[in-house]
Design a protein around this ligand. Structure first.
Ligand SMILES: NC(=O)c1ccc[n+]([C@@H]2O[C@H](COP(=O)([O-])OP(=O)(O)OC[C@H]3O[C@@H](n4cnc5c(N)ncnc54)[C@H](O)[C@@H]3O)[C@@H](O)[C@H]2O)c1
Length: 260
């Protein structure tokens, strides 16, 4: 048996990490936390102002974070982002596909083509663009770990958010299939599935709800509160460490017990 008492503590020091959607919410918290623990981080996001500001916050704290603008719906821009990260970091150990959008809550038959197409383009095709680029970077260099930020809406129904839910179920399909396909080249794929987390995305959705719906959203978890970004980013930081090394193809739920 391995000498269990001498295993190194979970850490991400020196890990080379690319995170999309790192300008806000879960992505920003994860980028800052990973960098504060010694990872070298590149943020890709379409919001230039916020992305540059998060990178500056990390650098001011003495950590390594760089920002590059990307729209994950554009395959060429995603390739350019990965090229940039490979040059900047000298390789990639962990890729966190977190960029995503929600849509205005409405019954499925009232969704416009644009609502549906946009959810799929950002949340599903955007993730696939990044998974494809990650494999190209990692396959020839010993492997790595791809962490997709899906949602509990990728595991169960999400009434009034059907296009969002469909996109996140798609991310689960990509994650599980890729976990089988690329294990032979030592690339692992896992998904993080949060419930409602207090971020600008959820605040924006809740602002469109009446008081009853807002309360129902908060009380959907047995813990009767929204999750905090730091509760998701700490889980992502553990996943990014070598302690998660036997986890592959898994949906890691962070939902205060909602699915229990
Ligand atoms: N907040 C929640 O309750 C919750 C729950 C489950 C899953 N998620 C998922 O977590 C991820 C992060 O969500 P958040 O709540 O932190 O949202 P957020 O709105 O705070 O952050 C999302 C980030 O993604 C970026 N982004 C959006 N479209 C992009 C594109 N086309 N290209 C590049 N960047 C783009 C935005 O600019 C923003 O910085 C999303 O994938 C979301 O679906 C969130």
């Amino acid at each position: 048996m391995t000498d269990i008492l001498n295993l190194p503590a979970s850490n991400v020091t020196g890990k080379r990490v690319l995170i999309t959607g790192g300008a806000s919410g879960i992505g920003a918290a994860s980028a800052l936390l990973l960098a504060s623990r010694g990872a070298k981080v590149v943020i890709g996001d379409m919001n230039e102002e916020l992305g540059a500001s998060i990178a500056r916050q990390g650098v001011d704290a003495g950590n390594s974070i760089t920002f590059k603008k990307v729209d994950v719906t554009n395959g060429d821009e995603v390739r350019a982002l990965f090229h940039f990260a490979m040059k900047e970091l000298g390789g990639l150990d962990v890729v966190i596909n977190n960029a995503g959008i929600d849509h205005n809550p409405k019954p499925m038959h009232e969704l416009s083509d644009d609502d549906f197409d946009r959810s799929i383009a950002v949340n599903l095709k955007g993730v696939w663009h990044c998974m494809r680029a990650a494999v190209a970077c990692m396959a020839g260099s010993g492997g790595g770990h791809v962490i997709n930020v899906a949602s509990i809406a990728g595991l169960r129904s999400a009434p009034l958010l059907s296009a969002y839910s469909a996109s996140k179920h798609g991310v689960m399909g990509l994650t599980k299939s890729a976990a089988h396909e690329y294990a032979r080249v030592n690339i692992r794929f896992n998904a993080v599935c949060p419930s409602f987390i207090d971020t600008p995305m959820v605040q924006n959705t809740m602002a469109k709800m009446d008081e009853r719906a807002q309360k129902a959203t908060i009380n959907a978890s047995p813990l009767r509160r929204l999750g905090k970004v730091e509760e998701v980013s700490s889980a992502i930081a553990w996943l990014a460490s070598d302690e998660s090394s036997f986890m592959n193809g898994h949906a890691f739920t962070l939902d205060g017990g909602m699915l229990a």
